[in-house]
Design a protein around this ligand. Structure first.
Ligand code: AMP
Ligand code: GLY
Length: 423
């Protein structure tokens, strides 16, 4: 079987790594891929938004399955284009990927179907947004409606900050057209958990839980990033919480999408907050999380291609997902200065130390293969991932392995998984 993966991050490296383990795969291509993916797949220089080129390539190479890892092409309708050309795809069509593509859509869906989430209002007019804020409580959360690389969320403590936030999102358009509409949301407190699930349009099967660390600095300080590290499972995600979410959130969401004539096939990432009043949805994503995929997929026992086939064919009901009874931690090594400004092109030393090491993985995110070797090519550079018998061991192992590689201005958070000490 020939598989094409679309994307270039640590998530796509983790997906490629899992696909490579499948007994059914003969050849893996990745567009555009990165320096690490190139070691297990043939990387092709086509951008993720070049839909016609991707379709042409998939037809020419007779690709049996295309896996779309990233949000932009999913929301933009890559699956629709590829399927229109007769190419089998894993991932939601545009009318379902809107679950991630529009926060206003997601909030309205949750309201209509009684899925627990923060109270909110949607706005298209900045003046109306400000008038609403003047009547409300603080802190308050402002969210640009569209995709904004995980950065379009502002938590505002005062009316002044919130008014400034409306200006940033809706008038200055710092997040581009994502800010044409905006959600204003009640501020919630609690632990965050990421639960990723396979969905076949009607059945939803969740994977083991994970937790991300979105802020750049230790102790959850500094600007928001794409994610600085993860651990799996979350010790705070109990059986009881799972049972509640399965009925009131996961199945409810999948049923709601089907009722709306938008059957969802692919991955739904449920970003949850465990509030004192119970679990609430913070956000939905229509794809694997990055770096959640890195800690979840390495613990999955199933053949990933079998599960993806079941999602596409609508037979997920008969699939039993199985995860190892251990834990994993991923520490992101970033370029100093990320997410603001940072340099690229720094040579990365020590990558070979991960070869043939069981339970240690070096997933590449922003890297590039050059004649001088592998160099940094982005803000998040590597996702150093390790397994252990429990979370503490996995964390010790991951923080041991971060020392095996080096590049100029290597930066990481030192407290990934610290929360588990409170469990
Ligand atoms: P999102 O992209 O919607 O997940 O938001 C990014 C981050 O902002 C989340 O991971 C939370 O840490 C925070 N956040 C989002 N919505 C809320 C909310 N209603 N209350 C408190 N924090 C929030
Ligand atoms: N790690 C969060 C995300 O992938 O959106």
């Amino acid at each position: 079987m020939k598989v094409l993966i679309v994307g270039s991050g640590g998530r796509e490296h983790a997906i490629a790594h899992s696909v490579a383990k499948s007994s059914r795969v003969d050849r893996i291509y990745c567009a555009p891929g990165n320096g690490g993916i190139a070691q297990i797949a043939e990387c092709v220089d086509i951008g993720v938004m070049e839909f016609e080129k991707l379709a042409g390539f998939a037809k020419e190479k007779e690709i049996d399955l295309c896996i779309v890892g990233m949000d932009d092409p999913l929301v933009g309708g890559l699956v629709d284009v590829l399927e229109g050309e007769g190419i089998r795809c894993f991932g939601p069509r545009a009318n379902a990927a809107v679950l991630e593509g529009s926060k206003a859509f997601a909030k309205d869906l949750m309201k209509k179907y009684g899925i627990p989430t923060a109270a909110y209002a949607n706005f298209e007019d900045p003046k109306e947004a400000v008038a609403y804020l003047k009547k409300g409580n603080f802190p308050v959360v402002l969210k640009a409606d569209g995709l904004a690389l995980g950065k379009g969320v502002l938590i505002c403590n005062t009316l002044e900050e919130a008014v400034e936030g409306v200006r940033i999102i809706m008038e200055d358009k710092q997040f581009g057209s994502a800010g044409n509409r905006m959600v204003i949301e009640e501020f919630m407190t609690g632990r965050e958990v990421s639960v990723l699930a396979f969905v076949d349009g009607k059945t939803v099967k969740t994977m083991t839980s994970a937790q991300d660390h979105k802020r750049a600095g230790d102790g959850d300080t500094g600007p928001n990033t794409g994610g600085m590290g993860t651990f799996s499972p979350s010790p705070f995600y109990t059986e009881e919480i799972h049972a509640f979410c399965q009925t009131h959130i996961y199945q409810a969401t999948v049923d709601a999408m089907a009722k709306e004539g938008r059957p969802f096939k692919g991955i739904i990432f449920f970003g949850l907050m465990l509030t004192p009043e119970g679990p609430r949805v913070l956000e939905y994503n229509a794809r694997f999380g990055d770096p959640e995929a890195q800690v979840v997929l390495v613990r999955m026992k199933n053949d990933l291609l079998d599960v993806m086939d079941a999602c596409i064919d609508g037979t997920l009901e008969h699939t039993q997902l199985e995860f190892e009874e251990n834990a994993a931690v991923c520490v992101v090594l970033a370029s100093g200065g990320y997410p603001l400004s940072y340099e690229k092109g720094k040579r990365i030393e020590g990558l070979e130390k991960f070869e043939h090491k069981e339970n240690y993985y070096c997933f590449h995110a922003g890297t590039k293969a050059t004649e001088e070797g592998i160099v940094t090519n982005g803000g998040r550079v590597l996702g150093i991932t390790a397994k252990g018998k429990d979370l503490k061991e996995a964390r010790t192992n991951a923080y041991e392995a971060v020392n095996w590689v080096n590049f100029e201005k290597k930066y990481m958070r030192r407290d990934i998984g610290k929360a588990i000490d409170e469990a």
